[in-house]
Each structure stands twice: as C-alpha cells, then as structure tokens.
Design a protein around this ligand. Structure first.
Ligand code: ADP
Length: 208
C-alpha cells in the first residue's frame, strides 16, 4: 500500500507501480469520485465529507474496500492507494485480509514537506471532459484542512506499520520517474526504466 499526505503523488505512483507489478491499483479517492460523478447513493453520502476535506466515515469506506478486494482481479495481489487512512481502517483491513487469506507485503510512505504539498495541490488541475478543472477539495482552505486531517488521523499509520516491519519511507520530491525508481527499489523490484517499455501515466495525473 501507499501511504502519504494529499499531494505526495500517491495516485500517480499507484498507477505506474501497479502497472509494473501487474496488479490493480485500488484508490478509495477514485472510487468515491466515480460514485460522485455517477450520482450513486454511495457518492451522495461521500460527497459531503469529501468537499469539506474530511474523511468519509469508516463504515462506508471499509465496506466499499471489502467489496473491491473480493473482486477476482484482486486475487493475485493489489496496490492500495488512500486506504487505510485511520488506525481503525488499518485494523479492519487486517481482519478482512485474514478472511481472504491475504496479508500486506509492504507499505511505502511517500515523504514530502508541507510547503511543497500546498504548492502542488493548489496548482493541480484535472482533465474532465476535455476541460481542466480544479477539484473542489483542492481549494486553499480545504487543502489546509486536509493536511491537518492527515497529520491527526493518518500520519499515525506510519508508526503502526513501522512497528510491524512493513514500512519503507521514500523521498517523494524529484521527477515522477525518480520517485517510481525509489519505490520499485524499496519493493525489491528495481532496475533501469530504460529497459522497460514506457508505462507512464496515461490521461489525467493525480497528485493525491
Ligand atoms: P488526497 O490523497 O489527495 O486527499 P484522495 O483522492 O485519496 O485524495 O481522497 C479524496 C477524499 O476522498 C478524501 O479527502 C476523503 O474525503 C475521501 N477518502 C478517500 N479515501 C478515504 C479513506 N480511506 N477514508 C475516508 N475517506 C477517504
């Protein structure tokens, strides 16, 4: 799984790393956003929290991830992006994975200082239907709130996974390729990107 504050580049790296490992990238933020655009009941429930920069309640989020992990493409492995985000979610994840006969192999924490995060998030635009738009939760006051939520609720996961011997911290400033190489090395899957077919991000990039 990938751990890191909003703007650390989890979404971008998740797509690339999952592609290289041949497993699905499971992003709770992306699943929520797809439900918001699809105007589903789940999307309606999640939108209020997302727009405010708050976490969607654990009951909603955990049930959604459990369903996703039970899908056939996750049988041979998966990369989690944006989940778990609280200690409670991490504990429920451990239980769900045990039931499925899985476990986490590795947790990579993308480390970026807060000034750089604010710069990245306020400048970020997403391509939606051919137009560049700013995510509602990338507005400056919401960005500050999300960073506070990260510090209080999600950052403790770093120690939680470190004490289980699963955590590697990765310096996540530099080019996208540089960060990918650091991540692949941490997973013991390093090697020169030049020898592989280019599998860079397609379409929109997310810095989440
Ligand atoms: P970022 O990492 O940039 O904040 P995400 O796309 O991961 O962006 O998440 C966007 C929003 O979706 C979060 O602010 C939160 O409201 C909701 N969300 C995503 N993942 C979770 C989660 N695991 N638990 C609760 N809420 C979540």
């Amino acid at each position: 799984m990938l751990l890191g504050p909003p703007g650390a580049g989890k979404g971008t790296q998740a797509q690339i790393i999952a592609g290289r490992l041949g497993v699905p990238a499971i992003s709770t933020g992306d699943i929520f956003r797809a439900n918001v655009s699809g105007e589903t009941e789940l999307g309606r429930q999640a939108k209020v929290y997302m727009d405010a920069g708050d976490l969607v309640p654990d009951e909603i989020t955990v049930a959604m991830v459990k369903d996703r992990l039970a899908e056939p493409d996750a049988k041979a492995g998966f990369l989690l992006d944006g989940f778990p985000r609280t200690i409670a979610q991490a504990e429920q994840l451990r239980e769900s994975l045990q039931e499925l006969g899985h476990g986490l192999d590795s947790v990579l924490e993308l480390v970026v200082d807060e000034d750089e995060l604010v710069r990245r998030l306020s400048g970020r635009r997403m391509l939606v239907d051919g137009e560049w738009v700013q995510r509602e939760d990338d507005k400056p006051e919401t960005v500050r709130h999300r960073l506070g939520v990260y510090r209080e609720q999600t950052a403790p996961l770093s120690g939680f996974y470190d004490s289980q011997g699963l955590l590697t911290r990765i310096h996540a400033i530099g080019t996208v390729d540089e960060v990918t190489e650091r991540a692949m090395n941490a997973l013991g899957q390093g090697g020169s990107a030049a020898t592989r077919q280019s599998d860079g991000p397609t379409g929109q990039q997310s810095a989440g």
